[in-house]
Design a protein around this ligand. Structure first.
Ligand code: FES
Length: 127
């Protein structure tokens, strides 16, 4: 017998593909949270992060500019241009700056879903 810890992801319908401009972002609400959703069309990829920029606590990242740094997708806050990785959320401008939360994104047909981690769930495996 062993115990597995697995993450529980809840996927919620965020919007349709056409609602997000190519190479731009929108703000999506999930309960009380604001999530920035990005259609990184240049790479054919989608990303999501918290909308709150931790630098000066501005709800701004959905209006940020997307780009890459050494091949890594990033977003630059429109206020003071701090940049954050869209892969793992760490601040790329200053290693001492706060990181941001990123979320997985799934696109099915023309519908975009964002995954929210609802914590760990223990599964007992009988062998
Ligand atoms: S508020 Fe985002 S970089 Fe300053």
């Amino acid at each position: 017998m062993s115990i597995l810890n697995t993450e529980v992801i809840t996927w919620f319908f965020a919007c349709k593909v056409e609602d997000v401009p190519a190479n731009g972002g929108v703000c999506v609400k999930y309960n009380d949270e604001q999530i920035a959703l990005f259609n990184f069309a240049r790479r054919g990829e989608w990303y999501a992060s918290q909308n709150l920029c931790p630098h000066r606590m501005q709800m701004a990242l959905s209006r940020g500019m997307t780009g890459t740094q050494q091949g890594e997708p990033k977003v630059a806050c429109p206020f003071h241009k701090k940049t954050f990785s869209l892969e793992d959320g760490r601040c790329l401008s200053d290693e001492h700056e706060c990181s941001i939360t990123v979320y997985p994104v799934r696109v099915e047909d023309d519908r975009v879903y964002i995954g929210i981690n609802n914590g760990k769930e223990e599964a007992v495996v009988m062998a």
